[in-house]
Ligand binder design. Sequence first.
Ligand code: NAD
Length: 481
Amino acid sequence: MAGTSMDIIVAGRHRPGRGAVIRSLDPATGAVLAEVTTATAEDVDDAVTAGAAAMRDPRWRGLLPHQRAALLHRVGALIEEEAEDLARLQAHDIGKPLTETRALVASAAGTFRYVAAALETLDEELTTPRGPYLSMSVHEPIGPVAAITPWNSPIASEAQKAAPALAAGNAVLIKPAEWSPLAALRLGSLLLRAGVPPGLVSVLPGPGQVTGEALVRHPGVRKVAFTGGTGTGRRIASIAAGKLMPVSLELGGKSPVIVLPDADLDQVVQGVLLGIFSSQGQACVAGSRLFVHRSAFEELTGRVVAAAERLVIGDPMAQGTHMGPLISAEHRAAVESYVQLAADEGGHIRTGGERPTGPGLDGGFYYRPTVITGLDPASRVCQEEIFGPVLAVLPYDDEEELGALADSTPYGLACGIWTRDYRRAWRLARRIEAGTVWINTYKQLSASTPFGGVKESGIGREKGRQGIRAYMTQKSLYWGL
Ligand code: NAD
């Protein structure tokens, strides 16, 4: 792919974007993987105008739920057919180990299949007469939808928005992140191959402030489904407020993982590692603050440190790799500055805190898994999202204090609780301010279970049946009797 400039997709047509070319790098080597043309405000306008027209086409509007579902099942099948190729493309594009990118691709296919199946059972309601009329409410597509996604879980993020948006009858305009446009472009091609009407499908790579904002501001875009950082979410929400446009915002996190004194520490170590070091910590739900009862603090910290030191860092394509590189040199520098800040804030770096060395590691943006103790829970390192492989381990003494500590950040995305005592788990799970609580597990996500955040982690829920309704609006009809 290197050396060729890839086209964008405007209303089903592959064509060069009118904007500057961006380079997608392989973070494992720093080599240029692809050059991609980008969409300008004019390209956005073409895509939105064509999308709105395609939504009104009676051949699309008239499709019955099972016919639209068949189309979405075909998309799922095509993703499954190309799964290995897509997983390899992703591993090169974002540096996650192949085992993880295979899971992302499976999740994307699963989303299309779940949404297709759920669509067939979303019925309308007819109410009993309350006067000389019969009333009913029907659901209609909300309007062209902008799906703006981050770089850390491409294809899964895009599928999570495109599948329900299309199921609901909308045109979808995907704006992938600058760092990872390749999977979204492939998904766009697969949607077209599956037979989704061309006008409904646009994939518009480009800088957030240019392409993303042009989409959010465009009067023809009727909903923005956004996943990304909290600061960006706030900006999008403020623009949307001016248009009175609904938004769904899946934002950042600083998720606590809580270990009660009776927890099975073997299980905990595995869960903690998965929570913070898979995806190199570049996960919105990363369990970045580990709260351990003081009685087990030293033992568990020692075991987590030892296990972190056994993780294999290296080529994402190689079998047995646990951690690949971070997404970019800039992002690694940001993570490093947080580790420096931790040291300045009085933290004790128990392991990590540096780049690994060794054959094949020099060109990539690698960073060692890092465990820090001795920090104040109110310190910046414990309050701000680092989005890297950095774990703060913090002691606590009683449950009341624990709840307050866990809730002490502006975020409320996820939480993990490890215990054998289901009553205490229930009490804590209900108390903690988070969109998702995992009990004796971590990072499990189901297509049918709603996902989203509270506080500064977001607004709205994706997944599940209501995730399809989120792309519809309701119209009430009264029939005089
Ligand atoms: P980001 O906010 O920088 O970018 C996300 C997307 O928004 C990109 O496509 C970007 O180009 C676009 N964008 C940037 N500025 C914009 C603007 N002014 N108008 C419109 N679009 C704009 O985030 P990122 O660095 O790509 O991703 C990391 C962040 O995403 C982390 O904070 C992480 O927690 C969050 N995230 C959240 C979830 C979730 O489900 N809650 C999932 C994954 C990632």
